[in-house]
Design a protein around this ligand. Structure first.
Ligand code: HEC
Ligand code: HEC
Length: 373
């Protein structure tokens, strides 16, 4: 119940200042796609300096998620009509700044500078961390947390080569996959910024890992693109509409694009571990891939069909790592390949459902589609 109202506020709150954001975006289109730091983009950044603006907004996602707050719980009411209102320091903003300093101090002093304690560690989804133990936690069945980054390989899981072989087979087999190199699609998009109303979306993808999603929301065109190397997001309802993707957002965009042309996924990560998990009542085989110095990615394959049900990846921010989850459904055959026609992308700032209606395989796509919007 509480969660629901938080989300409702988030959605109506952001819709109200759509107008102002659009005008600002139209007047000041960023001149270069180069990465700018938070303090260069925003007016009143005092603590979280020296991080790219996209990752700065991810820290806001961590705050909202860790305290179950929406933006206006900390920020001034002014943000509802004017995104410049984000720079106003409220008592809660001041408190949160102190918390960042405190958290960094704890990590520096007691955990060798590792981000071991985050906002979520203490807050765990509430503004007032509990002090006393919960007897229900102690005396009931432990609940699996499918978003925990810590991965527990299973002794009973099949070898990773076998898991991927089965996945590729269920996706259509090597022959069909090799012949499937691009698609364009039309469908619907629904998220907080559309108040869950379905608006038109176009999806473009090309092997091995290029992808563009273009949603036509009430506030304007909402774009996420990855061209195989660089990526951008254009979100008309945000304080800074066009931002290049950096760090985990970039590697996340890459794996999200690779899912459509999955033959290369196994090789894209140096190390894999295999485990098991129940996702939405279905038994799955989970594989976690890692590359040195990067947060992991995790894929859940349906144990029965071998199909990809879920992708999880994490972005490391200045205040801890945050998850992005994509759940795939509605598999249909396209050019001999099994393709999910529906996916739900969930992260700390939004939850978006994309449903494809019309998919055209193997059509040429202008490279500009995947470039800076
Ligand atoms: C727990 C409180 C909290 C929540 C919730 C929160 N913020 Fe913030 N926000 C802050 C703090 C603290 C700063 C200042 C950071 C600093 O000084 O380094 C800030 C700064 C910002 C800024 C920079 C403003 C400027 O011009 O300097 C933007 C933009 C912003 N937040 C957006 C958001 C959005 C969007 C949301 C909702 C998803 C959100 N915030 C939710 C605490 C919060
Ligand atoms: C070591 C534990 C700990 C960590 C880490 C922590 N907090 Fe807190 N936080 C607390 C406690 C305890 C309170 C006080 C709650 C109370 O007054 O009962 C608090 C209060 C707050 C409040 C005021 C809440 C209100 O209702 O006004 C904000 C805002 C806040 N924290 C934000 C953050 C943010 C943002 C982070 C991450 C950068 C963070 N906290 C990390 C323990 C923590």
């Amino acid at each position: 119940m509480k969660l629901f109202s938080v989300f409702l506020c988030l959605s109506s709150g952001s819709l109200l200042w759509l107008g102002a954001a659009r005008i600002q975006g139209a007047q000041n289109p960023p001149a270069t796609p180069q990465v700018r730091m938070a303090e260069e983009v925003f007016q009143n950044v005092q603590v979280l300096k020296g991080i790219p603006a996209d990752q700065f907004l991810d820290t806001m996602g961590m705050f909202a998620s860790a305290l179950l707050f929406d933006c206006v719980s900390c920020h001034a009411q002014e943000i509802i009509s004017d995104p410049k209102g984000f720079s106003i320091s409220t008592p809660r903003i001041q408190r949160a700044r102190q918390m960042i300093v405190m958290m960094n101090g704890i990590n520096r002093q007691y955990f060798g500078g590792q981000p071991r304690v985050t906002c979520f560690t203490c807050h765990g989804g509430g503004n007032r961390p509990r002090t006393e133990p919960n007897l229900d936690l102690q005396y009931s069945e432990p609940v699996d947390d499918p978003y925990a980054m810590a991965f527990f390989p299973s002794l009973y899981a099949p070898p990773v080569d076998e898991v991927f072989a089965r996945f590729l087979q269920s996706a259509g087999g090597a022959g069909a996959l090799a012949g499937f190199t691009s698609f364009t699609a039309a469908g619907t998009y629904a998220g907080y910024e559309t108040e869950q109303m379905e608006v038109p979306v176009e999806v473009y993808a090309s092997a091995p890992n290029r992808m563009a999603t273009v949603a036509r929301t009430q506030a304007g065109v909402n774009v996420r693109v990855f061209d195989g190397r660089a990526g951008w997001k254009l979100q008309p309802d945000t304080p800074e509409p066009l931002l290049p993707l950096t760090g985990g957002n970039l590697t996340g965009a890459s794996i999200e694009a690779m899912v459509w042309f999955p033959a290369g996924i196994q090789k894209a990560f140096g190390q894999w571990q295999v485990g098991t998990a129940v996702i939405g009542g279905r038994d799955t085989i989970a594989v976690q891939g890692t590359n040195p110095g990067q947060p992991p990615v995790r894929l859940h394959f349906d144990r029965e069909s071998g199909r990809l049900l879920r992708l999880l990846h994490w972005t490391t921010t200045a205040v801890g790592s945050i998850p992005t989850r994509i759940d795939y459904a509605d598999y249909r055959a396209v050019a001999g390949v099994q393709m999910p026609f529906q996916w739900t992308r969930t992260w700390t700032n939004n939850q978006v459902v994309i449903q494809l209606k019309d998919v055209r395989p193997n059509v040429p796509i202008d490279a500009a589609r995947f470039g800076r919007p």
